[in-house]
Design a protein around this ligand. Structure first.
Ligand SMILES: Cc1ncc(C[n+]2csc(CCOP(=O)(O)OP(=O)(O)O)c2C)c(N)n1
Ligand SMILES: [Mg+2]
Length: 284
């Protein structure tokens, strides 16, 4: 942990990267004609901060043993991961054009380890988080000081396996594990409060032995300060509840349940172009 905050310049740079990622994700989704766009857009600021300011990695050597790991447990949000890994040089951006359009693409609807920089096949909710627990323990056993970050959906918190992991991790004394819950209050078919209420979420995780902070998941300073100060308590795994807006950045889609798995039609693309400056579908 270092005691610094982001400068205004740094925040502006992060905002630029976030906008670029959103634009690329929207175009990829539109070209493919199908995607979990909403669940990717709400992760943008968190993922940009992780890869730009927090994580140690080598894009030219994705398996570098001492790298920090990110497991996207809510694997359906993979567009956010595909776009940042391209941005950071793990592979050529042009390859993203194959997303869900070519049979042999690296970039399917859920992430797989065949993609440079992706640490686990995820998509079946409730599992990636537990893979992250194993990796965090492995660092201790191997005497490495890497950290493991894992991002969960709030609906994913309804999975029983999440709570097995939540119970196990504090017993393993892994304070190199940082889990982030993408708290957008939406799942596939409605609001989490209606489908199966997970509140009081902070109290639940704390009672399982985690150190918890709650932040605005679109505020770069709050994201950075939380990630940078983990572990929040020595010896304990850390959990960040990141309050987010599903489909953030696509004005007509924000906080709308139907945008869980949906892509812009022609008219919607025109509106998004006006608001974000997308340009044509094949423009850079
Ligand atoms: C084990 C399992 N059950 C069901 C699904 C289908 N599914 C995909 S996304 C999703 C909703 C997840 O909601 P949440 O975790 O809140 O993610 P969000 O999209 O809101 O970020 C579901 C049920 C799945 N992928 N895995
Ligand atoms: Mg959700």
């Amino acid at each position: 942990m270092t005691n610094t905050s982001l400068t205004l310049n740094e925040i502006n740079e992060l905002k630029e990267t976030a906008l670029k990622m959103r634009k690329t994700a929207i175009k990829m989704a539109t070209k493919a004609g199908e995607a979990h766009l909403g669940p990717a857009l709400d992760l943008t600021e968190i993922i940009v901060t992780l890869y730009s300011k927090i994580m140690n990695y080598r894009a030219s050597d994705p398996k570098w043993p001492k790298r920090d790991r990110l497991i996207l447990s809510k694997g359906h949000g993979c567009l956010a991961l595909y776009t940042i890994l391209a941005e950071k040089g793990f592979y050529e951006k042009e390859l993203l054009d194959t997303f869900c359009t070519q049979l042999d693409t690296l970039f399917g609807g859920h992430p797989e380890v065949k993609v440079p920089g992706i640490e686990a096949n995820t998509g079946s909710l409730g599992h990636g988080f537990n893979i992250g627990i194993g990796m965090a323990k492995a660092a201790q056993i191997d005497n490495f000081d890497y950290k493991v970050y894992t991002i969960l959906g709030d609906g994913e918190n309804q999975e029983g396996s999440i709570w097995e992991g939540a119970m196990a991790a504090p017993n393993l004394n892994i304070d190199n594990l940082i889990a982030i819950v993408d708290r957008n209050h939406l799942q596939v078919s409605g609001r989490t409060e209606k489908i199966m209420n997970i509140d009081p979420l902070k109290n639940k995780w704390e009672s399982f032995g985690w150190a918890v902070q709650e932040i605005d998941g679109h505020d770069f300073s709050q994201i950075y300060n939380a990630l940078n100060s983990a572990p929040f308590k020595p010896g304990k795994p850390s959990l960040i509840i990141a309050n987010t807006i599903k489909a953030k950045g696509l004005s007509f889609a924000e906080n709308k349940v139907e945008w869980h798995h949906k892509v812009p039609n022609e008219e919607e693309y025109r509106i998004a172009d006006k608001e974000l400056g997308l340009g044509g579908l094949n423009d850079d």
